[in-house]
Write a protein that binds this ligand. Structure first.
Ligand SMILES: C[S@@+](CC[C@H](N)C(=O)[O-])C[C@H]1O[C@@H](n2cnc3c(N)ncnc32)[C@H](O)[C@@H]1O
Length: 405
């Protein structure tokens, strides 16, 4: 059922990628499909007492930076990318300003230094896509705001090895379909839930169902990042693209070189398959690294990937970890952020530098405030566009312990 239609003006970008406006009563409205500084007719689809959500149905006065979505599936309702109507360079600046705003407002950081990091292509990089099986078992993304499938035969943001499976694969009646590739090794994998019934893909593709994972079967691909080969299993996290992962490693390494070049002990919190534990190098001999991770699949991969390195992987949830001493903590938590228990763990290591890799600006704001309470001063952030054509952003921040506090 259609909601009420009103006209309003957007002012700023909100965390998550919607634009902020106010309705005639002064209530905040989060608008999808807009840019800051636009006048538009919008349809309200979620009304609460303190705020509402709306989507643009007609732009009356467009802001500079509005473009026609480059992917034809946006017009068909595909919910995969929410910023295709925004020019790519404007997307980059909006992500930067979103992060600066949240650090100032929620993080309590005065005049935060937030820069844009090295540029990454907006299209053709993503090595993992998640969707469902639509009509005839074709790959489908979810329609915006619903669970309905939108079958697609191409994907602008996906790596070509992924896109080929999006176009040609058949996925039976799977509720969830994950396509994942190693862009630099050429290896490909499809994970379907609840089973692999009806899946048809080329012979080179490893196919596994969540029913088989539950029975202990495993499947993995390999990817190359930061000069190493990484085993990545079906249930392990890996960054959105090898180019993005390389950029993250370079950003983290630069901060470590600047603030703690002589460290010998590093902790990688939420280490996944060991990306930072195995890539961040000290100039000092005898470096020892501890990785902390709770996911069994990622722990097995990390131990395999770093078997020849002076790295110990501890399988434990952050809140139960007994912190070991370190001069540097690199933390790359899930969307919920480090939260109080993670920040406590950082502080207990005694580290002088915490490099926080955040995939959600809202949790970055909360973590920045908590780190501040533990004496860690925000020394700068850089944004990376790992998720082109979306309002998502990856942020690498340095927090330096102020021994005076
Ligand atoms: C964003 S990923 C980062 C992984 C890795 N740093 C990388 O770059 O590939 C977050 C990781 O944190 C792990 N994780 C989430 N919550 C955790 C917790 N409470 N304790 C330990 N690990 C956790 C997840 O399993 C996941 O591997």
């Amino acid at each position: 059922m259609a909601g009420p239609v009103i006209e309003l003006q957007t002012t700023a970008v909100a965390v998550g990628g919607e634009m902020v406006a106010r309705d005639p009563e002064g209530r905040v409205v989060f608008v999808t499909g807009a840019l800051p500084g636009e006048t538009a007719r919008v349809e309200l689809y979620d009304e609460r007492s303190r705020f509402a959500r709306a989507s643009v149905i007609e732009v009356i006065d467009a802001a500079p930076g509005r473009v026609s979505p480059p992917c034809r599936h946006v017009g068909r309702g595909c919910g995969g990318c929410d910023w295709q109507h925004i020019d790519v360079s404007v997307q980059t600046e909006l992500r930067r300003s979103m992060v600066a705003d949240v650090l100032a407002r929620d993080g309590g950081v005065v005049d935060p230094v937030v820069e844009t990091g090295e540029p990454l292509a907006a299209a053709g990089l993503r090595t993992t896509v998640r969707g469902t099986a639509g009509a005839d078992g074709r790959f489908a993304f979810r329609r915006r705001r619903t669970n309905q499938p939108v079958e697609v035969d191409s994907c602008l943001v996906a790596h070509p090895l992924v896109e080929e499976l999006v176009a040609e694969g058949r996925f039976g009646r799977a509720q969830d379909v994950t396509i994942r590739v190693g862009a630099r090794t050429g290896e490909r994998m499809v994970l379907t839930s609840p089973s692999t019934a009806g899946v048809r893909v080329p012979d080179d593709v490893k196919v596994i169902g969540t029913d088989q994972l539950r029975k202990g079967r495993r499947a993995w691909i390999h990817e190359e990042v930061a000069g190493r080969t990484w085993r990545v299993s079906a249930e392990s996290f890996f960054q959105a693209s090898p180019e993005g992962a390389d950029a993250l490693v370079r950003e983290v390494q630069q901060l470590v070189d600047r603030w703690a070049p002589e460290h010998t002990r590093l902790v990688d919190l939420c280490c996944g398959v060991g990306l930072f534990a195995g890539s961040i190098l000290s100039e000092e001999p005898g470096q020892r690294v501890v990785g902390v991770e709770r996911n069994a699949s990622a722990v097995a991969d990390a131990r395999h990937n770093l078997a020849d390195e002076p790295v110990r992987i501890v399988k434990v949830a952050l809140g139960k970890w007994q912190p070991s001493n370190a001069q540097v903590v690199v933390a790359d938590p899930a969307r919920s952020g480090l939260a109080r228990e993670g920040v406590w763990a950082v502080a207990e290591t005694g580290a002088e530098l915490c490099v926080l890799v955040s995939c959600d600006p809202a949790s970055l704001g909360r973590d920045a405030r908590l780190l501040g309470e533990e004496g860690y001063r925000h020394a700068g952030s850089r944004t990376l566009d790992l998720f082109g054509h979306t309002g998502q952003v990856e942020v690498v921040s340095a927090f330096v312990r102020d021994l005076q506090s």
